[in-house]
Design a protein around this ligand. Structure first.
Ligand SMILES: Cc1cn([C@H]2C[C@H](O)[C@@H](COP(=O)(O)OP(=O)(O)OP(=O)(O)O)O2)c(=O)[nH]c1=O
Length: 191
């Protein structure tokens, strides 16, 4: 059975490669606007599902399609920063506090239309950030295209005191739970 990753994220592609399975990447444009009053878990699950579902339409062959979406939940729900100012205010809001990184994962089997959706949560504990650290971080340009305006896999590792949960989930794909779901629900043998 063909496996398709419905994501343009190079991080997700790299993480899925660590599972040692072969897969194709097919991306589709989806509308990522959401209702303001939705709870964060429903938002990431809905967006992950939209991404997988949009790609399902493009595939004729039998396939398992995987979509994902990551947000950072602190005082507010944070997606990707619009610009440098937005990134700075996101980092200020995360400074000295604990936030949750949520990744929604949606898996669809297009043969029988069987679907599984999951939201994985990792707690991230940030140190208190000085203006010098925030400005210096923005100069690295790492914040671009990252939920919450930081990359734990990059220099922002210097801001993270500890985490609780799956590290890979913060980077964009919760490999442990994805493996469990593919095995249990889609009978995929990873070993
Ligand atoms: C918090 C955090 C997020 N991120 C990334 C993971 C995601 O790629 C990105 C959140 O954006 P998403 O909208 O989840 O995904 P994407 O637009 O990159 O890819 P696609 O929609 O095509 O699947 O933030 C990191 O790389 N490191 C981090 O520490």
């Amino acid at each position: 059975m063909k496996i398709v990753l419905a994501s343009a994220s190079p991080r997700r592609k790299q993480l899925l490669e660590t599972m040692g399975i072969s897969f194709d990447v097919i991306v589709s444009d989806v509308d990522e606007t959401i209702k303001d009053h939705s709870d964060p878990e429903s938002i990431v699950k809905e967006l992950a599902h939209r991404k997988a579902f949009a790609v399902m339409d493009k595939i004729k062959a039998p396939a398992i399609i995987i979509g994902a979406d990551t947000i950072v939940v602190g005082d507010n729900i944070l997606g990707k920063p619009r610009d440098d100012e937005d990134a700075k205010s996101m980092l200020k809001s995360l400074s000295g506090k604990t936030h949750r990184v949520m990744t929604g994962v949606s898996i669809i089997d297009n043969v029988n239309d069987y679907r599984v959706t999951h939201c994985e949560i990792t707690k991230v504990f940030f140190k208190e950030l000085s203006m010098n650290e925030i400005d210096g971080y923005i100069k690295t340009r790492e914040h671009i295209d990252k939920a919450g305006a930081y990359a734990i896999q990059g220099k922002a590792a210097l801001f993270v005191k500890k985490i609780e949960g799956d590290y890979n989930n913060v980077v964009g794909l919760p490999i442990y739970i994805l493996g469990e779901l593919l095995h249990k629900h889609f009978n995929l043998h990873l070993f």
